[in-house]
Design a protein around this ligand. Structure first.
Ligand SMILES: Cc1ncc(COP(=O)(O)O)c(C=O)c1O
Length: 443
């Protein structure tokens, strides 16, 4: 058995270089800039290869962040590296349309079931912001419906959480942090996730709603059985004349080549992309019905909306994305493998918790997984209200000390570079770490 203080001391002893960087960093760099990678201990990554990352001290970790889910092929994949190098030889930023854009646009057009047209931008946040704008411009209505527990990026229109004191069936939106104008609250309708009351609320507000927007799989709550809810949601929106959008920023090219749309058999009016689409470089994409997407053709277009951006569609991203997506298209077996590994991992952890009466559970959709440190079963994020934060922190510290990195956001992912041996090792590390937490009486 290893105690928390032993694990912390061991980790500290082997990560002296990281510790030094952490001390120096605090003088100049706001930690928020480090993309929220809050780990139980500040570890700085020097390089990544396949399914592993190596820190500043040279320690190797099985990486379950994989760039917040985007490295489907693992770090430094040779085909993506070559695409980036080849592009760099010819110049990587022109600010004018380039030949590189069409390649990725065609791939996205073929992969995303709703993608009659494609627009590129630079991040998932930008993509969702533009999707909201297009829906407002097209419909002439202003309210956007979002789901309790969602994350759609960092812009003001999507920074809402459910007031915990509000009704579960009719959640009230509170701004996430300061700086979000109160006035924007009037433009949001918060809906309960995986809950039929959402359908009644859509019917009730249909005349104000520009868009109902939902993650293909909620990253805060990856539930494999979300398809029925999504399909019914699409029907309710259609019947009520409300546009329906799926945020595929995480799920696109991850839960299936055609994203949540393909996995769950659902077709939205508009979908947003990011992450995997850019092959590891910053990207966003908006796809959808041709008539709706037409508003992006310029302000002079009917119901035209503004879109633009210095780096949108830049050739370096386009080529990296093309290499990634082409590889995924040509190797469909990757999805079966990642699904099987994710299911095996979750089954083993859940079995261990059940057998040993440990109040924790793992939810997963294929290789996308999340641990909840509570006994109560989780259906929506409202159920994740009994989380034992001390146990959670202790668990991640032990796992990190044993060489498995789970990001502080707890949204974890497998990639094609992870092997069955890695999964065996993760099962071993997670079970041993759960046992350590329990033996120390933290559960
Ligand atoms: C579902 C979803 N939408 C949008 C975003 C925002 O993407 P980005 O971080 O590229 O701005 C994220 C980021 O994690 C996401 O998970």
């Amino acid at each position: 058995m290893t105690t928390i203080s032993e694990a912390r001391a061991e980790l500290q002893a082997k990560t002296r270089a990281s510790q030094k960087i952490a001390e120096d960093r605090s003088e100049v760099l706001n930690s928020g800039l480090a993309a929220n990678l809050e780990m139980p201990h500040p570890i700085f990554i020097q390089r990544g290869q396949g399914g592993y990352v190596f820190d500043a001290d040279g320690n190797r970790y099985i990486d379950t962040s994989v760039g917040f889910g985007l490295h489907m092929l693992g770090h430094a994949h040779p085909e993506i590296k070559k695409a980036i190098q080849d592009r760099a030889e010819e110049g990587w930023m022109f600010g004018i349309h380039t030949t590189a854009q069409l390649g990725l646009a065609n791939l996205l057009h073929e992969a995303s079931p709703c993608a009659e047209r494609v627009v590129f931008c630079n991040t998932g946040s930008e993509a969702t912001m533009y999707a909201f704008r297009a829906a407002r411009g097209f419909s002439g209505k202003e309210k956007i419906a979002l789901f309790d527990g969602f994350y759609h990026g960092a812009h003001d229109y999507g920074m809402w959480v459910a007031d915990p004191s509000s009704s579960r069936d009719e959640p009230r939106a509170l701004p996430m942090g300061n700086g979000i104008p109160k006035a924007l609250n009037d433009l949001v309708l918060l809906l309960p996730y995986r809950n039929r009351h959402a359908f009644d609320l859509i019917r009730k507000h249909r005349d104000e709603l520009a868009l109902v927007f939902v993650e293909g799989v909620q990253s805060s709550n990856p539930q494999s059985g979300s398809g029925e809810f999504l399909r019914e949601l699409a029907d309710v929106c259609r019947e009520n004349g409300v546009l329906f959008g799926i945020d595929e920023v995480i799920t696109g090219f991850r839960v299936a080549y055609g994203g949540a749309q393909q996995r769950f058999g659902v077709k939205p009016d508009i979908a947003t992309y990011g992450k995997v689409l850019g092959g590891g470089l910053p990207v966003g994409g908006i796809t959808g019905r041709a008539d709706l997407m037409n508003c992006f053709t310029g302000l002079a277009a009917e119901r035209g909306v503004f879109s633009g951006g210095t780096f949108s569609g830049n050739p370096l991203t386009m080529e990296a994305g093309r290499a990634m997506v082409t590889h995924l298209r040509d190797h469909p077996e990757i999805y079966q493998r990642i699904d099987a590994m994710g299911d095996r991992l979750a089954a083993a952890i859940n079995d261990y918790c059940e057998t040993n009466q440990i109040p924790a559970q793992m939810k997963n959709v294929g290789g996308m997984f999340h641990m909840f440190f509570q006994r109560k079963s989780v259906n929506s994020s409202r159920d994740a209200n009994k989380v034992n934060v001390s146990a959670q922190k202790a668990f991640y510290l032990h796992a990190l000390n044993r060489g498995v990195l789970v990001p502080g956001t707890q949204r974890a992912f497998l990639c094609a570079a992870h092997s069955d041996t890695d999964i065996d090792h993760m099962i071993d590390v997670f079970c041993t770490s759960l046992a350590d937490v329990r033996n120390e009486g933290i559960f």
